[in-house]
Design a protein around this ligand. Structure first.
Ligand SMILES: Cc1cc2nc3c(=O)[nH]c(=O)nc-3n(C[C@H](O)[C@H](O)[C@H](O)COP(=O)(O)OP(=O)(O)OC[C@H]3O[C@@H](n4cnc5c(N)ncnc54)[C@H](O)[C@@H]3O)c2cc1C
Length: 307
């Protein structure tokens, strides 16, 4: 069943059901309650230690930010590798394997190896051509695990005016295009930043608007939460994660109702010399950076054991 269907059947108060649905489906999976499998949500909650752990600030998953942004993590890890190890800006478009090894093609170049780890969300992994073709259930998984749908917005103000009113900048709402906001102001800088997210059906509705219409809708939504001062940001920086060709959505791939039991078991098992990583394959902190790292470690151990 879907999260939305389950909430409608079990939560007597429709307002509570709507609010819980939007917060859980949106804040955790960047989707709408009626497109989220209840089983997918339960897996996600179990994987990340429950709602308090996943949605919580102090002591929870939302507590920290990475100085320099999350890209700094990849850059620091890359800096530790021997020069020439990484090949950037060369997306793999085909992977050919036979008894002697694998060949990964990226445009005009090709790389040989004993094994390959495909560390991509299933939806993106499915855009690579495999020779021989993937088994039916593994390919079916890539057809059935779309990315969540999120629109992220930073509203920049001369100062974090909401703090003067004793407000944290954190809001969750089931009304309007936004579902969540957070105070994302940078320490040591005068300006204030409210970062806001729109998910699922609301994000898709924002995409259909012109840039000017969207700006008006977002400013109105921020003003509804934080008062008239929020309607006049110095700048509004938006990012549509579904439009990013190397992500195609976020926070991760999500299996719809009816798919977990048949296709979920195909997330991790290798196919010949191909091994699968990426946060979707993690059992703990699936969908998070932590899950991506442990998935990489698991896939590396698999490759070493197979060689
Ligand atoms: C807006 C947003 C907020 C988030 N907030 C949090 C948070 O607060 N905490 C948290 O832990 N996680 C958060 N996440 C989720 C986190 O970013 C992911 O869980 C994590 O990045 C997944 O890592 P990954 O290695 O599995 O995949 P990715 O990080 O997506 O890495 C895959 C890489 O493969 C590249 N690629 C794509 N196609 C190809 C190809 N054909 N050939 C070669 N390379 C290719 C991509 O460019 C990308 O660099 C957030 C994500 C988003 C988008």
């Amino acid at each position: 069943t879907t999260l939305g269907g389950w909430l409608a059947a079990t939560v007597p108060d429709p307002v509570t059901a709507r609010y819980a649905g939007r917060l859980l489906a949106g804040g955790l999976l960047a989707a709408s309650p009626d497109e989220v499998s209840l089983l997918q949500l339960l897996f996600y909650l179990r994987s990340g230690g429950g709602t308090r752990s996943l949605l919580g600030m102090a002591g929870g998953a939302q507590q920290d930010r990475i100085v320099g942004g999350p890209a700094a993590l990849a850059e620091r890890m890359a800096a530790a590798l021997p020069p020439g190890t990484l090949r950037l800006a060369a997306p793999a478009d085909a992977i050919i394997q036979d008894a002697s090894g694998v060949r990964v093609r990226a445009g005009d170049e090709a790389h040989r190896a004993d094994a390959a780890v495909v560390a991509l969300a299933p939806a993106l992994a499915g855009r690579i051509r495999y020779d021989p073709p993937l088994p039916a259930l593994r390919d079916g998984l890539t057809q059935r695990m779309p990315m969540g749908s999120a629109f992220k917005v930073h509203a920049l103000y001369p100062e974090p005016f909401w703090r003067a009113d004793g407000r944290s900048g954190v809001a969750t709402t089931d009304t309007g295009p936004l579902t969540e906001t957070v105070d994302n102001s940078l320490p040591g800088l005068a300006g204030g930043v409210l970062t806001a997210f729109s998910y699922g059906a609301q994000a898709r509705a924002l995409r259909r608007l012109s840039v000017a219409q969207r700006r008006d809708a977002l400013c109105d939504a921020l003003a509804a939460l934080f008062g008239p001062a929020a309607a006049r940001p110095d700048d509004l920086v938006e990012y549509d994660w579904s439009a990013d060709p190397w992500t195609r959505g976020c926070f991760c791939g999500i299996l719809p109702p009816g798919s977990w039991c048949d296709y979920g078991p195909r997330l991790r098992p290798p196919v010949g010399r191909l091994h699968w990583a990426g946060t979707e394959t993690a059992t703990r902190w699936s969908g998070y950076l932590e899950g991506a790292v442990t998935a990489g470690e698991r896939a590396a151990a698999e490759v070493l054991a197979a060689l």
